[in-house]
Design a protein around this ligand. Structure first.
Ligand code: SAM
Ligand code: SF4
Length: 484
């Protein structure tokens, strides 16, 4: 299965990160008369959505299963970000076709970005599919499942301007019981020219901070010790009691009680000093010094920022419609170093071979990496997505071999920088939140430090506890240490 979904567009240095393009399936919970199987692809927002979907169906009496053959309802929560991601879903639907031949009563649904992008075309093209639901329509799932069981195919791809599922308490899936994700906003109002997200996830809206704090408190009470606040662009979080739609809130000058991202971070940090707080993703145009100072003020706000650059060249950034240039990006990195110091982890997303990118412009990406010294990056080559601004305006003119060669150069550079950064940690002591046994040995445990680096060390300490660890060795992806 892992081989089946191997995505050649994506070559990660580090797998264990919020933005990693991975897949997850539900586990057997031994509950419920009817069984739900969900397979989720793409970013962490999608995994988080699957937890909301599971919660909605749990109320209807469903339990979860790890086996599609034992399911009454099979859902596939999809990603459209690159062509390869959609192809993977098509292959899985072929596989589920075999399952449906053996069990004609099973209902098969497609959720998420691909459902939103293709809408009724999916029902026409994939005969096995009974329901298609976009990311804002999950409350409709029980109704559509019932209809499908009565033989009627269903679709809802309505994009809401307000929906945040704030009142739904997610059922934690694939959980280690220590770290959890909390969705704080939905949609995206940016229009990066390469990106399909604004079309599949709709307008930006922020979730009521009180419901976020409640969720964080509940997680802490259950033993969780780390929450990651999730959004496509968390620094533009903006909420008021009268309005949660970002665009409308920006236009309305009369609203004075506004909660911004720095305020929200502070509120979550105050839930408990033993609850670590992370967040992802930060857009370079929006991250403010106020956020950096709030991070500095609270020890439990982790010193790690995922700040995707996409390119190191200002002309390419303009074509990408990222709304910042190389100098602006460097200025934000300098502010991070000044306020939070050299040890603050910084990571990026990079796209190789965007339309018209020259060799010199590609070299600018490599030199930006040398300047920033990213701890790790998610690296892709450009994949044209139908309907995006780039697909409409620019020719996808960089040949695949050149895209792949440039991507490989970016990966090689990142690997070298990751090793260089990790070597700097040798001899230093870090507070590590233990997440469980290491995959390498029963005698070892693994966790992460504040800068989000994975540390493996010999110890018999329970997951969810904090340990002080001195780093003794490293690879580009992992630190090794000993308990102090
Ligand atoms: N909101 C985040 C931001 O602005 O950084 C990113 C969200 S997107 C789900 C994750 C990453 O996928 C992007 O940062 C970008 O590097 C990559 N990506 C998006 N569209 C792409 C495309 N058409 N081709 C290749 N990579 C793409
Ligand atoms: Fe896509 Fe840009 Fe929005 Fe990120 S900020 S989701 S890359 S449009």
């Amino acid at each position: 299965m892992q081989g089946l979904i191997a995505d050649i567009d994506l070559l990660e240095v580090e797998k264990n990160q919020p933005e990693s393009c991975d897949f997850k399936v539900t586990e057997d919970d031994g509950k419920g008369k009817r069984k739900l199987y969900i397979e989720s692809y793409g970013c962490q927002m999608n995994f988080s959505d699957s937890e909301i979907v599971t919660s909605i169906l749990k109320k209807e009496g469903f339990g979860t299963t790890s086996s599609p053959e034992h399911a009454d309802v099979i859902l596939i929560n999809t990603c459209s970000i690159r062509e390869k991601a959609e192809q993977t879903v098509r292959n899985r639907l072929n596989f589920f076709n075999g399952v449906k031949k053996k069990n004609r009563d099973v209902t098969v649904g497609v959720l998420g970005c691909m459902a939103e992008r293709l809408k009724s075309k999916l029902l026409e093209e994939e005969k096995i599919v009974d329901l298609v639901l976009g990311p804002d329509a999950y409350r409709d799932l029980p109704k559509l499942v019932k209809q499908a069981e009565e033989g009627e195919k269903g679709i809802n791809t309505f994009l809401s301007r307000e929906e945040t599922y704030a009142d739904i308490s997610p059922v934690r899936l694939n959980s280690n019981g220590v770290t959890a994700f909390i969705s704080i906003m939905r949609g995206c109002d940016n229009m990066c020219s390469f990106c399909v997200v604004p079309f599949t996830r709709g307008r930006e809206r922020s979730r009521d901070p009180h419901s976020i704090i409640r969720e964080a408190q509940e997680l802490f009470d259950k033993g969780y010790r780390e929450v990651t606040l999730l959004g496509q662009n968390v620094d533009s979080y903006k909420w008021s009691a009268v309005e949660n739609n970002k665009a409308r809130l920006d236009r309305n000058e009369d609203v004075d009680e506004i909660v911004n991202f720095a305020n929200l971070l502070e509120m979550v940090a105050k839930v408990h000093p033993d609850l670590r707080v992370r967040f992802s993703t930060s857009h370079p145009k929006d991250i403010t010094d106020e956020v950096l100072h709030t991070m500095k003020k609270y020890e439990n706000i982790c010193k790690y920022i995922h700040l995707p650059a996409q390119s190191g060249n200002s002309r390419v950034l303009e074509l990408m419609n990222r709304t910042y240039d190389r100098n602006w990006y460097i200025n934000r990195v300098d502010a991070i170093r000044e306020i939070l110091g050299e040890e603050c982890g910084i990571s990026s997303d990079m796209i190789a071979g965007f339309c018209t990118e020259t060799e010199e412009e590609h070299a600018d990406t490599l030199s930006l990496m040398d300047y920033v010294k990213y701890d790790f990056s998610y690296m892709f080559f450009y994949s044209e997505r139908p309907g995006t601004l780039a697909a409409k305006k620019y020719e996808d003119d960089i040949p695949l071999e050149i895209k792949k060669r440039r991507l490989q150069e970016i990966i090689d550079k990142q690997r070298a920088i990751s090793l260089e950064r990790n070597k700097l940690d040798i001899g230093k002591e870090f507070k590590v939140l233990v997440e469980g046994k290491s995959k390498r040995s029963e005698k070892q445990v693994q966790g992460r430090n504040s800068a989000n680096k994975v540390i493996i060390f010999d110890a018999d300490v329970p997951k969810g506890s904090y340990a002080n660890v001195k780093v003794t060795d490293c690879t580009p992806a992992t630190l090794f240490g000993e308990l102090v």
